[in-house]
Design a binder for this molecule. Structure first.
Ligand code: RP5
Length: 165
């Protein structure tokens, strides 16, 4: 079971490193590709319909900025889950990509995460949750991750209270 991390441009990658790192933390194999809905539309279709599924891809993560149509185009060509990651590019700052990604017509679903740092991380975690439905090992790792997240917040809470007291 692999996840495809697709992006409209290599300029998106620096903001996707935490997404890739999160998937790797869970031991999920990632196929990373620069594929543009506008600049290389035929390559997108070839990857989504043929190359990706043949390589074991089960979830598509699609990052794009501006007129962000990548996730929607991918969703139009597959029945696998598609998660859109809107990039917070200038000059508009991500609202353009957010609306382009999230406002899909009924019948062609794209699960869209937020803009900013949390979006790419949550995209990875949502992909892990989807894969964990059919993978007990991943489900266990996900439960451990959630427990460790609670412990980290408890530690931060204690540290802040100790500092303020
Ligand atoms: C989008 O256009 C890409 O996803 C990227 O966010 C944006 C700008 O691309 P470059 O001009 O940097 O290649 O399609």
């Amino acid at each position: 079971m692999k996840v495809a991390l697709m992006m409209g441009s290599d300029s998106d990658y620096p903001r996707l490193e935490e997404c890739a790192a999160t998937l790797k933390e869970f031991g999920v194999e990632v196929i990373t590709r620069v594929l543009s809905a506008h600049r290389t539309p035929d390559d997108v279709v070839q990857f989504v319909e043929t190359e990706g599924p043949e390589a074991g891809v089960r979830v598509f993560l699609c990052a794009a900025g501006g007129a962000a149509h990548l996730a929607g185009v991918v969703a139009a060509h597959t029945s696998l889950p598609v998660i859109g990651i809107p990039m917070d590019n200038p000059p508009i700052g991500g609202l353009d990509a957010l609306l382009s990604t999230v406002q899909m017509p009924g019948g062609v679903p794209v699960a869209t995460v937020g803009t900013g740092r949390g979006g790419p991380i949550n995209a990875a975690l949502l992909a892990v949750r989807i894969l964990a439905l059919g993978n007990d090992d991943l489900a266990t790792r996900l439960a451990e991750f959630r427990t460790s997240q609670v412990e980290k917040v408890h530690a931060k809470d204690a540290a802040l209270r100790a500092k303020l007291d």
